[in-house]
Design a protein around this ligand. Structure first.
Ligand SMILES: C[C@@](CO)(OP(=O)(O)O)[C@H](O)COP(=O)(O)OP(=O)(O)OC[C@H]1O[C@@H](n2ccc(N)nc2=O)[C@H](O)[C@@H]1O
Ligand SMILES: Nc1ncnc2c1ncn2[C@@H]1O[C@H](COP(=O)(O)OP(=O)(O)O)[C@@H](O)[C@H]1O
Length: 290
């Protein structure tokens, strides 16, 4: 058996409407989700027992024990494996790094041992894990279990995180209203980036206001993105603090990422085209390495 490398792309909530709350406290969501070309990388190799090694630029503070979602995911599918996680996404940042790692570990373990992934197993690891399993544009409802694939045009973006972790439960707790309007039942046909951006302008992230209260530096991040030439929409992803700016032209997005990176060397900044990351991830799944 050979090792498998799996890409764990960042999840971006282009819109995130909180439309209700279940009796167990979990919130009902209506969210439009895409994936970014930046992410963590896992190598799943045959091994004795189950082990995890975490390294990379964002590894500090990330648990390397059963607190790590990648290891929990691998354990859930059973079988031995040596998992190596190259951590590139900042933690607790609203782009689902831990969930993406869990989904990637499930895919890698399935490839290594020929096991099948069960959707309920994915959901048990976290509300974001089922959507990360596909890593394709999707409308997400329920608490994260109802997934409807959508066709969206690729759109250039800059992602900015101020390197302040934000607690998802703290942001949900600070939410003022839990019964906000959903997105339209039928999404319009969105065929180009300007059309997608115009539609998103009418949508919301209902967690943005409470997150700005919990972590006011998010205001600075949004202001920095809005000031960039060609940025037509700036919004927060998930429960924050990562925000994204959308651009009609990729060159403007690249220039903006460089400018913000120079002005704020302590912030995490990434640029790229949002959309379907499975096309890039799929070849890696079948590509055995050393
Ligand atoms: C808000 C979102 C939007 O995509 O993203 P992130 O900010 O985490 O990236 C997700 O719903 C987060 O999913 P995930 O981070 O997997 O959440 P979980 O581990 O299942 O739950 C963490 C905590 O968030 C709250 N929670 C989460 C999901 C949900 N639909 N309702 C909630 O109230 C609960 O307090 C829960 O205890
Ligand atoms: N593989 C992982 N990468 C990052 N954080 C992880 C991982 N596994 C578990 N965690 C824990 O999960 C929590 C949320 O992290 P993360 O998934 O990055 O948040 P978010 O979904 O807001 O981006 C953190 O407290 C972190 O310690």
């Amino acid at each position: 058996m050979r090792a498998t490398e799996v890409f764990a792309p960042a999840k971006i909530n282009l819109a995130l409407h909180v439309i209700g709350q279940r009796a167990d406290g979990y919130h009902l969501l209506d969210s439009l989700v895409v994936f970014a070309p930046v992410g963590d990388r896992l190598v799943i190799a045959p091994g004795r027992g189950l082990s995890l090694h975490v390294h990379g630029p964002e590894a500090a503070g990330v648990p390397a024990d059963m607190g790590n979602l990648a290891l929990r995911a691998a354990a859930l599918l059973g079988g031995d494996a040596a998992v190596t996680l190259d951590k590139r996404l900042p933690s607790s940042s609203g782009i689902g790094g831990g969930s993406a790692d869990a989904a990637a570990a499930l895919r890698g373990m399935a490839a290594l041992h020929g096991t099948r992934i069960n959707d309920m197993q994915a959901l048990a690891l976290g509300a974001d894990v089922p959507m990360c399993l596909g890593s394709r544009p999707v409308r997400v409802r329920g608490i994260g279990e109802r997934l409807d694939p959508v066709t969206l045009p690729p759109v250039a973006a800059v992602l900015v995180n101020p390197r302040r972790p934000v607690s998802t439960p703290a942001v949900f707790k600070a939410l003022q209203s839990r019964d906000n309007p959903s997105m339209p039942d039928r999404l319009p046909s969105l065929t180009d980036a300007p059309g997608l951006i115009a539609f998103l302008r009418e949508m919301r992230n209902d967690l943005e206001a409470p997150a700005r209260q919990v972590e006011p530096v998010i205001n600075l991040v949004l202001t920095a993105l809005e000031a960039q030439r060609g940025c037509t929409l700036a919004r927060m992803s998930g429960s924050g603090a990562t925000c994204f700016g959308l651009f009609a032209h990729e060159a403007d997005a690249q220039a903006a990422a460089q400018r913000i990176g120079r002005a704020k060397p302590d912030w995490w900044v990434a640029g790229g085209v949002l959309g379907d990351q499975m096309q890039q991830a799929a070849p890696r799944l079948s590509q055995g390495i050393q």
